[in-house]
Write a protein that binds this ligand. Sequence first.
Ligand code: FAD
Ligand code: NAD
Length: 442
Amino acid sequence: MANDAEDYDLMYGGTCINVACVPTEALVASAAARRPGDDPDTWFASAVERRDGLVGAMRAKNYGMLADLPTVTVHDGHGRFLAPVEDPGDGIGRRHVVTVEAPDGDAIRLTAPVVVVNTGTAPCRPDIPGAHGPYVHDSTTIQHISPRPAELVVIGAGHVGLEFASMFTGFGSHVTVVDRHERILGHDDADVAAVIEADLAASGITFRHDSQVEAIRERDGGALVVLADGTELAADAVLFAVGRTPRSADLGLAEIGLEPDVRGFLPVDEHLRTTVPGVYAVGDINGGPQFTYVSLDDYRILKDQLVGEGRRSTADRVAVPHALFIEPTYTTIGMTEAQAVADHRVLVAAKPVAAIAAMPRPKIEGDPRGLLKILVDAQTDLVLGASLYCLHAEDLVNLVALAMRTGTTAGLLRDAIWTHPSISEGLNEVLEAPIPSTLQPS
Ligand SMILES: Cc1cc2nc3c(=O)[nH]c(=O)nc-3n(C[C@H](O)[C@H](O)[C@H](O)COP(=O)(O)OP(=O)(O)OC[C@H]3O[C@@H](n4cnc5c(N)ncnc54)[C@H](O)[C@@H]3O)c2cc1C
Ligand SMILES: NC(=O)c1ccc[n+]([C@@H]2O[C@H](COP(=O)([O-])OP(=O)(O)OC[C@H]3O[C@@H](n4cnc5c(N)ncnc54)[C@H](O)[C@@H]3O)[C@@H](O)[C@H]2O)c1
């Protein structure tokens, strides 16, 4: 196990637990819990402390889950392929060779007929002047920023950009988000994206769309973000949230004849086999969707390949949901409205959360922002897709996902008995009177 800074023992459990989902969602939750009277800096410091405790405990647990198994040996260090050992005629066949170089320079050599590459991705920064300057961060380093920046510029309005923008706004910082596209969530329904952007703007975030960053300059005690149109944005800190790059550059891939794609990801077939026999690539490194639960499903496919019947494949994934942890949570599943109207007669069931009388839960918890929108096939009554922007939508979307996977109709969701007061019961009301989509197939 290794990360870019080579803190091997700080990465047990991988990216999600140590530098991604768990720590960031812990900070998002703490930021959302801050009330106007709470001192921002004290609150931020205690949130960081809480985050560190949680991450430390989960890392230890994850290490134990592997290291405590009698069949597992954990080696700390950087793994890299060496040339394979050709079949010595012992019945096992050709073996791959991996060297693991420990931080102190010691290296060991491991041989095996099967090697699974699960090296993940790392944050990337564009090749512009000042991108590695002193006040410039990525999603990992900003989690350890001190003091809290009063003025933060976030470059990139994707998952990382919007989550950290929402989080730092909650911590009392002023955040400007710069993105090269004309709107946020460009792949999603425009009407839903507009509601979300309006809420984020109302919470204090400034958006600069259609913008390219040309350089980042140092100024007294901070940075100056220079945009292509000449605008200069002063910041205490800058966060690059412009995507992630695969960790494949130093894996010795040439030794085994494994060619990465142009971006550096390792191409696989639907059973996660690379082009080299005996070498699999799972998780972010294979260029699939970058989510922990997809990496987990890759593991199921791999397990089925190695000790099962070899039937599971990426092709049998149905209705994979996505969640964006802003406040409140925004989730999507299935088709967008534009995609749905291309092949279906679509009914749209949509209601602002504040107007759903039969779903008091968000009002009880004090955040009635959001919108529930569900797309239904007018002929079959099956759910085609949904955009759920609401407190606890990260759970509601799983219910809709299950309905889509099992062919449960919108009528059944509408008429089901759900607990009260819950978010699920919103389905009773939202699905009551869907109306035909007004979008034309493009
Ligand atoms: C800020 C942020 C928030 C996120 N939030 C979410 C979320 O809420 N939900 C969600 O589903 N996804 C989220 N993601 C995405 C998610 O974290 C990743 O998709 C997931 O962690 C990828 O897991 P993986 O199995 O591919 O590998 P990783 O978890 O990345 O593990 C790779 C491991 O390999 C090690 N390694 C790399 N190269 C070598 C080498 N040569 N030798 C030895 N070890 C090596 C690394 O140190 C690391 O421990 C988030 C990502 C980020 C950046
Ligand atoms: N809640 C979650 O599940 C979650 C949370 C965080 C991250 N992630 C995963 O991590 C991955 C990486 O996230 P990310 O936000 O870094 O990448 P991303 O691909 O989601 O978004 C990058 C954004 O940066 C913009 N951009 C790129 N270069 C730019 C430039 N030079 N100037 C201005 N804007 C620029 C792009 O237009 C895009 O909007 C995501 O794809 C996602 O799979 C998931």
